[in-house]
Design a protein around this ligand. Structure first.
Ligand SMILES: Cc1cc2nc3c(=O)[nH]c(=O)nc-3n(C[C@H](O)[C@H](O)[C@H](O)COP(=O)(O)OP(=O)(O)OC[C@H]3O[C@@H](n4cnc5c(N)ncnc54)[C@H](O)[C@@H]3O)c2cc1C
Length: 381
């Protein structure tokens, strides 16, 4: 029976709960809002299916293909504007929907306080999946739903983090001709409870409920993107990723899921057909493609990934690129987040002290400099 002794060994994908024949596994939130399986021991029949489908238990497969890589820009400006990088996800999703397919991806709930994986079947709903949401999304029963659509012969695009894609693949246990898997480059997923508390704090400050959140507002620049929150009363909060306290805590790795610090789903031998990333370093590698409005790095790992790109070829400008050079500017593609010594302290103090003061304390550069100095002094003793 699945038992989480070390949180680094669970990415929260829910493949165990989805596979349980007795439905005796519930995904339960911890203090930071991350989901972990809890087994009803009286109902468990010890079939061990939950363990056999856990993607964290699987050994990494040797890389057998050299992925192709491209710099890609969606030609339609309005799509690119709403997307985190070059808008490739939207174009792929549009093609799947035009074939009568179903697209799974991460969407805010109505309040923007949490993010869930949902299935959409129409273009009108596609806006819900566009754009990065920097907190872990809840998979819920998406894996079972995807399987059911596939069994009905429907085409399915499943988009998610590399660990979610690994979880789905493991849950399905076999290949489906009509299944397309797309993952994102993933720095790591921040704690849902921290985002919830942060948004609540801003709602108090701005005197109203949030009506729209964009983590990647490109109004000023793609590279120095803004977190922009519109409130029902017309107020607007907008701050860049270096100044906003939540984004600072995320990028300083203060509250990622513990498994992100030991992530084994990165690298070039991915479970997905196609990987989408921000093409950081574009101004150095292909300066002619950099207009600071967002360029995607697209990594194709299978013939299905190639097919997806071919289907949208007329709608993007595509330039073959050197993957190794691109990785130099985007190490999250191959390496797990570095463990942050302040992470445990942050978690211990979360909900006990005001969030803003905690973020100021742990997500400021000066804190790390101070810590580094302290460690250096300690080592010299
Ligand atoms: C938590 C997180 C960390 C990331 N870290 C990096 C990084 O280090 N380097 C990098 O190059 N790119 C990173 N990205 C990916 C990048 O920001 C873009 O999502 C990607 O380039 C696709 O962009 P797009 O323009 O094609 O489409 P977009 O419309 O921006 O992409 C939307 C897609 O992202 C998925 N998505 C959004 N939020 C989540 C979420 N919380 N969980 C799972 N899936 C989600 C949606 O389901 C949808 O399929 C990260 C994204 C997230 C959510």
């Amino acid at each position: 029976m699945v038992e989480i002794k070390n949180k680094e060994h669970c990415n929260g994908c829910s493949s165990c709960a989805a596979s349980c024949p007795k439905k005796c596994i519930t995904m339960v939130r911890d203090k930071l809002g991350f989901f972990y399986p809890m087994v009803d021991k009286d109902a468990c029949v010890h079939c061990e299916l939950c363990i056999s489908v856990c993607p964290e238990q699987k050994k990494a497969q040797p890389v057998t293909v050299t992925p192709l890589a491209y710099a890609a820009i969606g030609k339609e400006h309005t799509i690119r504007e709403k997307s985190s990088s070059g808008g490739v996800f939207t174009l792929i999703a549009q093609w799947i929907l035009s074939k009568g397919g179903v697209v799974f991806g991460a969407a805010f709930d109505d309040t923007a306080h949490s993010v869930n994986h949902i299935a959409i079947e129409s273009l009108e709903d596609l806006h819900k999946l566009q754009g990065s949401k920097y907190l872990q999304s809840k998979i819920g029963n998406s894996f079972e739903k995807a399987k059911s659509y596939l069994e009905q012969g429907r085409t399915v695009l499943f988009s998610g983090t590399p660990c979610q894609i690994a979880g789905l693949k493991s849950f399905l246990k076999k290949d489906y001709e009509r299944l397309y898997l797309q993952d994102i480059a993933c720095h790591g997923v921040p704690a849902p409870a921290v985002w919830d508390a942060y948004l609540t704090d801003l709602e108090h400050q701005f005197g109203g409920k949030a009506s729209h959140v964009s983590f990647r507002d490109k109004r000023k620049s793609w590279k120095k993107y803004l977190l922009r929150i519109e409130f029902e009363n017309g107020n607007v909060y907008s701050n860049n990723n270096a100044e906003d306290l939540y984004m600072r805590g995320f990028l300083h790795d203060c509250y990622l899921r513990p498994s992100c610090y030991a992530c084994k789903h990165k690298g070039l031998g991915r479970d997905s057909d196609i990987t989408l990333a921000d093409y950081w370093g574009i101004e150095q590698i292909h300066p002619e493609l950099d207009d600071d409005q967002g360029t995607s790095l697209v990594i194709v790992s299978s013939p299905k990934g190639e097919e997806l790109l071919q289907q949208i070829a007329d709608e993007i400008s595509l330039t073959p690129t050197d993957l190794n050079r691109a990785i130099e500017y985007n190490t999250a593609l191959i390496t797990a987040a570095k463990d942050n010594p302040a992470r445990k302290k942050f978690e211990n103090e979360f909900q006990k002290k005001p969030l803003r003061s905690l973020l100021k304390k742990y997500a400021s550069t000066s804190f790390f400099k101070k810590l580094k100095r302290k460690i250096k002094r300690f080592l010299k003793l």
